[in-house]
Design a protein around this ligand. Structure first.
Ligand code: ARG
Length: 462
């Protein structure tokens, strides 16, 4: 029992936990991921204790020396993690004491693992958010490059998955740039609430030492300190909020994934995805499957599940800290990993998308996509919109029977649906005319698409 966790609270206990309970309660296998931030937090805590006269300069120096050796061991993969020591915090503290003796035992003065772990998660998450925001911006840039190549490439815009009106492929990509922009903003919003220091709350009520929490916060780059000790050690709303933002980002990428899968199907044939993102079938030699988008769609379920998991973890916990909270880490870490990988792979994959403009044009021509343009044309000539709608509906039915597009009807044929239709209708019924007419902020006209691309490039360069 000499190096087990029981030693840390030994006097109180007269039998060790069983192997199963030890495995059940231990978190070191996953929380060791927080080792570096745990050390960072400990060093700041020790420096603060020294500043307020609770820890001697010699003890602080010993702690700093010991921790730098431990950090080097961890980075080199040479640190021996022990399940007996339960979690990352006790593993590191024990190793420190082995190295430097009593100074190591003084580190935990005025601190509890409850405020320690809350601090670690926040430091970890702050770093993760910064990486995820940068990755989100990279994906936006990749989408902008694709949009730029296709600012004027016409494709069918869909509602109800039925051909609705012509849009440009660039405009369609920009819709996702907008979604991802809000996603990145949500991460940054959450970051402000993540970046508050819990340390000093100790177990739950604060501590009797003359601590200087603002100093610790400053050393660790926190914007402020949690203002209530019970809240500081117990709530994980910041992790839930982050996971909600991640679930939304995944949900956006799942929508794009669904579109890529559809578009790559021969039924659409709108795009091709580079081979390095696809796999074949072990039985059907002709197959090329869009595995990456399919998996992103699938992994969205898992991240959405983590959100529900964390909400459920929290919902019945009385104040303050409960061991339930140890269960926050795996969903949180998996969310960070899954989203990070998804964003990385997506930025690369969108650069490997080949667009097939002929197939898109063929599809848009099959759907009477300029019918609204014809109705608008009649309205501009004085017809009330509802009457125009009806006249065009009849024209569409006629064209459908003749198996021709509206643009392929003769002027005399068109005139039979409304005498207001004249020779100038030609420009209205072409795809180019339809696109160019939607020339306002947020519209699909190619010059508007180019303006949005320029705007986003500036935003992302800032
Ligand atoms: N491993 C624990 C966690 O992740 C650390 C805090 C433990 N505190 C306690 N009082 N048992 O939450």
């Amino acid at each position: 029992m000499s190096d087990s966790a029981n030693k840390m609270w030994s006097g109180r206990f007269n039998e060790p936990v069983s192997e199963l309970v030890k495995r059940f309660t231990a978190s070191v296998n996953f929380d060791k991921r927080m080792a570096e931030v745990d050390i960072e937090g400990s060093l700041a805590h020790a420096a603060m204790l020294n500043k307020v006269g609770v820890l001697s300069a010699a003890d602080l120096a010993a702690i700093q020396q010991g921790m730098s050796e431990i950090l080097a061991d961890i980075r080199a993969g040479q640190f021996e993690w022990s399940l007996d020591l339960e979690d990352v915090h006790m593993n590191i503290e024990r190793r420190l004491t082995e190295k430097i003796g009593d100074a190591g035992k003084r580190l935990h003065t005025g601190r509890s693992r409850n405020d320690q772990v809350a601090t670690d998660i926040r430091l970890y998450l702050r770093g993760a958010i910064d990486i995820l925001v940068a990755l989100t911006h990279e994906l936006q840039k990749s989408l902008l490059d694709l949009a730029d190549q296709h600012a004027a490439t016409v494709m069918p815009g869909f509602t109800h998955l039925q051909v609705a009106q012509p849009v440009t492929f660039g405009h369609h990509m920009l819709a996702y740039v907008e979604m991802l922009g809000r996603d990145a903003d949500r991460f940054l919003d959450a970051r402000a609430r993540v970046n508050q220091l819990p340390l000093g709350a100790a177990a739950l009520a604060g501590t009797t030492y003359p601590i200087d929490r603002l100093y610790t916060a400053e050393l660790l780059g926190f914007d402020g300190v949690c203002q209530n000790s019970l809240d500081a050690v117990s709530d994980r709303d910041f992790a839930i909020e982050f996971t909600a933002a991640a679930a939304l980002t995944m949900t956006h990428l799942s929508r794009l994934s669904e579109e890529l899968v559809l578009w790559m199907s021969p039924r659409y044939g709108f795009i091709d995805i580079a081979d390095r993102f696809c796999t074949g079938s072990s039985i059907m030699p002709q197959k090329k499957n869009p595995d990456v988008p399919e998996l992103v769609r699938g992994k969205t379920g898992r991240v959405n599940g983590h959100l529900v998991g964390l909400l459920t973890l929290m919902k019945a916990q009385p104040l303050a800290y409960n061991k339930d909270n140890q269960e926050d880490k795996e969903p949180l870490f998996d969310t960070v990993d899954t989203l990070g990988d998804t964003l990385r792979i997506y930025a690369d994959m969108m650069r490997g998308v080949t667009v097939k403009p002929e197939a898109m044009e063929r599809a848009v021509k099959q759907g009477f996509a300029t019918a609204t343009d014809l109705a608008d044309y009649l309205v501009k000539k004085g017809l009330p919109f509802r009457d125009a709608h009806e006249a065009v509906a009849l024209a569409v039915r006629y064209a459908e029977e003749k198996r021709r597009d509206l643009s392929e009807l003769q002027l005399v044929e068109l005139k039979s649906f409304s005498p207001l239709i004249e020779a100038d209708v030609v420009g209205v019924l072409t795809l180019e005319g339809s696109l160019a007419a939607r020339d306002h902020v947020g519209g699909t006209a190619p010059n508007q698409v180019r303006a949005q691309i320029a705007r986003w490039r500036e935003v992302l360069a800032a």
